[in-house]
Design a protein around this ligand. Structure first.
Ligand SMILES: [Zn+2]
Length: 283
């Protein structure tokens, strides 16, 4: 669907020619969309699908450009600086410790999976797979993949250097007891294809941990264009609980929210997408 729906564009070829792809809706494949100027910042245009209302970045940089020029970490820091500069409180606020965030995520995912092989998609130079599991990873940056591979090989696994959909395709059916998609689906040009691939490599009774920005939350409505979930052009998909649930169902996965009580005020959706057991039960 989406691979056929993506067409090369020569828009923006004026200055430093950005290689962009013009996208159809990554959820339903519809071409028609309407602009959301309030949330767009030139040259990045957010749109909502005319058919299913899914919000996405219409023109997005191709993969190699994401790696080389719009590296997620780099853009995250630039965006954090931009926001800090605009807010009196932000100037005083301590810088967020990415290490602490990683440690607490590790503890969280350790409780979600059964023993076995766990795949960390977009793992960076390390892994969120906790001790006691065999870690596998997929990473598009060659330098980070080499670092993660060293860590994972020492624990009996490995890290693949590839775009996410292609990387998952390299693993056999039912290979993983768990898959981690932490802060990843919002970056993925082909989220439906990726989730389909993850469902295939997941064992019956296994589960996928998903964390994505919560476009349906109160903070996005209150903060508007300054909402922390907007990161142009790194984030190309904007999920709500409804759209994520629908996507999971399409591939036979059942969504369970990990933050149900505070979801409305949470900037992220934290969820487990479970695959039924061979007997058709849900773990
Ligand atoms: Zn759509």
């Amino acid at each position: 669907m989406a691979s056929a729906a993506i067409a090369e564009s020569d828009q923006g070829a004026a200055a430093s020619p950005p290689r962009l792809v013009v996208r159809d809706c990554p959820m339903c494949g519809t071409k028609a969309s309407h602009a959301l100027p309030r949330y767009s910042r030139a040259p990045w245009h957010l749109v909502a699908c005319d058919a299913c209302d899914f919000v996405y970045l219409k023109e997005a940089p191709v993969y190699d450009r994401l790696v080389d020029e719009f590296a997620w970490e780099k853009n995250w820091l630039l965006e954090a600086e931009r926001r800090r500069g605009r807010s009196a409180f932000g100037k005083l606020a301590p810088r967020r410790s990415m290490q602490n965030a990683k440690a607490s995520k590790k503890q969280r995912v350790a409780r979600l999976f059964r023993q076995g092989n766990v795949l960390d998609v977009g793992c960076g130079g390390d892994t969120l797979v906790p001790d006691g599991f065999t870690p596998y990873g997929i990473e598009i940056s060659e330098a980070l993949q080499a670092r993660a591979d060293k860590v994972m090989q020492a624990r009996g696994g490995r890290c693949v250097h590839a775009p996410a959909v292609e990387g998952v395709a390299s693993f056999p059916d039912n290979f993983f007891s768990g898959v981690i998609l932490s802060s990843f689906l919002e970056h993925e040009m082909q989220p439906a294809q990726l989730l389909a691939a993850c469902a295939r490599v997941l064992q019956p009774g296994g589960s996928i941990y998903v964390r994505v920005p919560n476009y349906g939350g109160v903070n996005r409505r209150v903060r508007g264009a300054e909402w922390c979930g907007f990161r142009h052009p790194d984030h190309v998909n904007y999920f709500t609980l409804e759209s994520l649930t629908k996507l999971a169902h399409r591939f036979g996965l059942k969504l369970r929210l990990l933050n149900p009580w505070r979801l409305a005020f949470d900037d992220n959706i934290n969820a487990v997408l479970a695959k039924s057991t061979r007997g058709g039960e849900w773990a």
